[in-house]
Design a protein around this ligand. Structure first.
Ligand code: BGC
Length: 750
C-alpha cells in the first residue's frame, strides 16, 4: 500500500501533507491537495438511502438539510425480508443515487447486533442473529459496490446502545465477541472487500474502538485480511496518534490541529512514519476509485422501495383468515399513522424522501367505491390522550365490517443518540384499541415501529397483526397491497418478540452505568437465550405467516468433506395462493463439551412457489457452521460427536431433523503435566499414563483400580497429584508424561 503514496508523489508529499490526508477536508470530504493532483472524495450517510447534506463544513450535527433521495426500508425491515437478492438490489439502487450525486462512499451498511430491543438504533440494524446480519450486510455491500461506490461497514465493533455511546466500555468476553458481535463483520469483509470499515464510538474492554489495535489491526487486517480503509465514526477519535498507530486511517470530521499532532509525533519518533504512509496510501486508494455517475430513474427506485417493503412486513397473526380483506367490505381505517406514516428513524440515517406513500391513500386507491373506506385519526402523534378522537373512531368502527388500526411508535421514540426505556405502545393508542375492541371483533392491527413493542397485553383484541416495522417511503402502498392480498406476506422476524421487557437476555445489564456495560448474557442473545431456556416469547425468531401454507419433506444430509455437508429438502406450497417461504436451517450440538445455545441459525433460503408447486433446495454447511470459539484454546473448535440438523419455518417450528457425525478439530495444544487426568484419560496416551501410574503403585490411592476414573482425580491436573499422593515426586510426574507420550500419539481428543 505504501507504493500508492509513492506513486501519487510519496517522496513529493511532505510529512505535513501525508498527515493532512489522514483527516477529512470537511465533515463530508477527504482532503484535497491540488498541488499534488490529489482530489477530495465525498462520503455521505446511508444506510437505507442517501443522505447527502447540502450544506457542508462543521455541520455534521445538522442532519436535516440533505438532497432528496429514495428512502428504502431501514435494515429492521430489510432484515425481515431474508431476501439477500433483494437487499443486493437495494444496495445497487442506493449506489446509483450516490454515484449520480458524486458521492464515492456511502456510510453503510450498519451491522451491529440487536442485543436488547431497547437499543436506540436497532431500526438501522438487521437482526439479533450474526449469520442473518452478515448475509444481509454482504448482499448490501455487493450491490452498492457494483456501482463503483464504496461501502462503509459500521460500527466496528460492539456498538449496541446509544446510552453514553461515545464513552461507554462494552465489557465482553472473547468467545462472545467471536460468536456474536464480530462474525457479521468477518463474513462481509472476507466475502466482499468493502472499501471502508467505520470504527465505532464506544470502547471495547476499556479501549476506544478508534484506537483498538487488537480490533483494527490484529483481527481486521491480520486475521481477516482487510485491505480497505478504516474511517472513524464522526468524532470518535480521542487520541489521534494512538488511533493511527492502532490502525485507523482517516479521522472524520477533521479536528483542528489533528494533522499537526500526527506530523509532530512522527518527527518526534513516537509514531512510525510507515504507519502514516500506510494510512495516507489507503486514503489515496479511495480517491482513486473510479466514479460512475449516471441518470437515476426515481420512479423505478420507488418501485424497488415498494417491492422491498412488500417483503419486509411480517404477518404475525391472522385468526380465521381475516386477512386478506375481501374487496367490497366496509372498512374503518383508524390511526394517525395511516395518514402520516412512520417509515424511518431519526438521526444520521434520516433520508429526505423523493415522495411518500401513505396507507390511507393507497387503500382508497384500491377500493373503487370511496364510500367504503372511512377514516378516523384516533390519536395524535404527540401522545396526548384525546377522548374526542377516540369517540369518533369508535363511531366509525361500529359501522364497518373490518377495522384497520394503525398503531406504532412516534419518531421521537426511536432515534440515534437515545435508547428506549420500555417496550409498550403509547398508552393513548392502547386505550383507543381497548375502546374499539368493545364494539368490534374484526380488528386488524398494522404496526409501525423500528424495534419491538410488546404485543402480549393487547394482541387478543386483534384478529390479525401485520408488523410493518419501518418500511421506507413506499411502505403505505406495500401495506395496502398486503392487506388486500395483491401481494402475499413473506417476511419473517429477524428478531424475537419478547413477552415482557424483563424477559430479555440483557435486561439485567443494559445499558450499564458508570462508564461500563457488562455483556453478562454472553453468547445468549435473542433466540439463543429464549430457546435454550424454553422461555415463552410473544413471537419467535424466524416467525412469519403467509396467506398460503408450506410443507417440508425429504431431508437428506450428504457429507462432502470433513465436517462439511450438503443438506437438501423439499418445500411445497400446500395452499391456494402463490407465496414465498423462508426456510431456516439450525444446528443443535448434541452433548456439547461446554455450554452452547440449544441451536443456532446456520443457513436459510427464500423460495417463491405457485400453489401446489415444490422446490428441492440444497444448502451447504462448512466446518465453521459446527464450530464454537474455544476460550481455552483461543480458536474455532469442533468437538467430535454428533449434531442435529434442523430445518424449519421458525426457530420454534422445526419440521425436519437429522443427526450427523462430526470429527473433532485437530488438536493444537498437546497434553502436558497441567492437563487433568480426565483430559488425559480420554486419549490413547491416557492408557499409557494409566499403565505408568499403576506400575508406580498409585492406582489404588486414585481409585483407579476398577478401571474407572472417579470425579475428583478426573478434575485434577497431573502435576497437582504431588500434593495428594504421598511419595509422588515432581520428576516422577514428568516421567509419567514422557511415558504417556512415548508413541507420540498423546493428543487431546474431545
Ligand atoms: C453515526 C454514523 C454516521 C456518522 C455520519 C455518526 O454519528 O454514528 O452512523 O455515519 O455519524 O453522519
Amino acid at each position: 500500500m505504501t507504493e500508492a503514496v509513492d506513486a501519487a508523489g510519496g517522496p513529493g508529499l511532505t510529512l505535513a501533507q501525508k498527515a493532512s490526508l489522514t483527516s477529512g477536508g470537511d465533515a463530508w470530504h477527504t482532503r484535497a491537495i491540488p498541488t499534488a493532483g490529489i482530489s477530495a472524495v465525498m462520503v455521505a450517510d446511508g444506510p437505507h438511502g442517501l443522505r447527502k447534506q447540502t450544506a457542508t463544513g462543521a455541520d455534521a450535527l445538522a442532519l436535516s438539510v440533505s438532497t432528496r433521495a429514495t428512502c428504502f426500508p431501514p435494515a429492521t425491515g430489510l432484515g425481515s425480508s431474508w431476501n439477500t437478492g433483494l437487499i443486493e438490489q437495494v444496495g445497487r439502487a442506493i449506489g446509483r443515487e450516490a454515484a449520480a450525486e458524486g458521492v464515492s462512499v456511502v456510510l453503510g451498511p450498519a451491522v451491529n447486533i440487536k442485543r436488547s430491543p431497547l437499543g436506540g438504533r436497532n431500526f438501522e440494524y438487521f437482526s439479533e442473529d450474526p449469520l442473518l446480519t452478515g448475509w444481509a450486510g454482504a448482499a448490501f455491500v455487493r450491490g452498492l459496490q457494483s456501482t463503483g461506490v464504496g461501502a462503509s461497514v459500521k460500527h466496528f465493533a460492539v456498538n449496541n446502545q446509544e446510552t453514553d455511546r461515545m464513552r461507554v466500555s462494552a465489557d465482553v468476553d472473547e468467545r462472545t465477541l467471536r460468536e456474536i458481535y464480530l462474525p457479521a463483520f468477518e463474513h462481509i469483509l472476507s466475502t466482499e472487500q468493502p472499501a471502508t470499515v467505520m470504527a465505532a464510538y464506544n470502547k471495547v474492554n476499556g479501549v476506544h474502538c478508534s484506537q483498538h489495535h487488537w480490533l483494527l489491526t490484529e483481527v481486521l487486517r491480520e486475521e481477516w485480511g482487510f485491505q480497505g480503509l478504516v474511517v472513524s465514526d464522526w468524532g470518535a477519535v480521542v487520541d489521534g496518534v494512538a488511533a493511527l498507530a492502532a490502525g485507523l486511517d482517516l479521522e472524520m470530521p477533521p479536528r483542528l490541529g489533528g494533522p499537526a499532532e500526527l506530523a509532530a509525533a512522527v518527527a518526534g519518533g513516537e509514531l512510525a512514519e510507515s504507519a502514516l504512509d500506510a494510512a495516507a496510501a489507503r486514503v489515496l486508494a479511495l480517491a482513486a476509485r473510479p466514479a460512475v455517475g449516471g441518470r437515476v430513474d426515481f420512479d423505478a427506485q420507488h418501485e424497488l422501495a415498494c417491492q422491498a417493503a412488500l417483503e419486509s412486513a411480517v404477518l404475525l397473526k391472522n385468526d380465521d383468515a381475516v386477512l386478506p380483506l375481501a374487496a367490497g367490505d366496509q372498512l374503518a381505517v383508524v390511526g394517525e399513522f395511516a395518514r402520516s406514516p412512520r417509515y424511518q428513524g431519526g438521526g444520521s440515517s434520516h433520508v429526505l424522501p423523493t415522495r411518500v406513500a401513505d396507507a390511507l391513500s393507497a387503500i382508497r386507491a384500491l377500493v373503487p367505491d370511496p364510500g367504503r373506506v372511512s377514516f378516523a385519526a384516533g390519536f395524535t402523534l404527540d401522545g396526548q390522550p384525546d377522548p374526542r378522537l377516540v369517540a369518533e373512531a369508535v363511531a366509525l368502527a361500529g359501522r364497518a365490517r373490518t377495522v384497520l388500526v394503525f398503531l406504532g411508535l412516534p419518531e421521537p421514540a426511536e432515534s440515534e443518540g437515545l435508547d428506549r426505556t420500555q417496550l409498550d405502545l403509547p398508552a393513548d393508542q392502547l386505550a383507543l384499541l381497548d375502546a374499539l375492541a368493545e364494539v368490534h371483533d374484526r380488528i386488524v392491527v398494522v404496526l409501525s415501529n423500528g424495534s419491538p413493542v410488546t404485543t402480549a397485553p393487547w394482541q387478543h383484541r386483534a384478529a390479525a397483526i401485520l408488523e410493518g416495522w419501518l418500511l421506507g417511503q413506499a411502505g403505505g402502498s406495500a401495506i395496502a397491497q398486503l392487506l388486500f392480498g395483491l401481494a402475499n406476506p413473506s417476511g419473517k422476524l429477524a428478531e424475537s418478540l419478547p413477552v415482557r421487557l424483563r424477559d430479555t437476555p440483557a435486561y439485567l445489564h443494559f445499558p450499564g452505568g458508570d462508564g461500563h456495560v457488562r455483556y453478562g448474557e454472553g453468547i445468549y442473545v435473542g433466540y439463543r437465550y429464549y430457546d435454550t431456556l424454553e422461555m415463552p416469547v410473544a413471537y419467535p425468531f424466524g416467525h412469519g405467516l403467509s396467506y398460503t401454507s408450506f410443507g417440508y419433506d425429504g431431508l437428506r444430509c450428504r457429507r462432502i468433506g470433513v465436517n462439511a455437508f450438503e443438506v437438501s429438502f423439499t418445500i411445497t406450497n400446500t395452499g391456494r395462493r402463490s407465496g414465498a417461504e423462508i426456510a431456516q436451517l439450525y444446528i443443535r450440538p448434541i452433548d456439547p463439551g461446554l455450554d452452547r445455545p440449544v441451536h443456532e441459525l446456520k443457513s436459510f433460503t427464500k423460495v417463491s412457489l405457485a400453489p401446489g408447486a415444490s422446490s428441492t433446495v440444497t444448502l451447504t454447511l462448512d466446518e465453521r457452521a459446527f464450530a464454537y470459539w474455544s476460550p481455552g484454546r483461543s480458536c474455532w473448535t469442533v468437538d467430535a460427536g454428533a449434531a442435529e440438523i434442523q430445518v424449519g419455518a421458525s426457530s420454534r417450528d422445526l419440521r425436519l431433523r437429522e443427526r450427523v457425525r462430526l470429527d473433532g478439530s485437530p488438536e493444537r495444544s498437546p497434553l502436558t503435566a497441567d492437563s487433568t487426568l480426565g483430559e488425559w484419560f480420554g486419549t490413547p496416551a491416557g492408557e499409557r499414563l494409566h499403565a505408568a501410574i499403576t506400575a508406580a503403585g498409585h492406582a489404588d490411592a486414585l481409585g483407579l483400580a476398577d478401571g474407572k476414573l472417579p470425579p475428583m482425580p478426573a478434575a485434577t491436573p497431573l502435576s497437582r497429584l504431588v500434593s495428594f499422593l504421598p511419595g509422588l515426586a515432581a520428576d516422577q510426574v514428568e516421567e509419567f508424561v514422557r511415558a504417556a507420550r512415548d508413541t507420540r500419539t498423546g493428543h487431546h481428543r474431545s
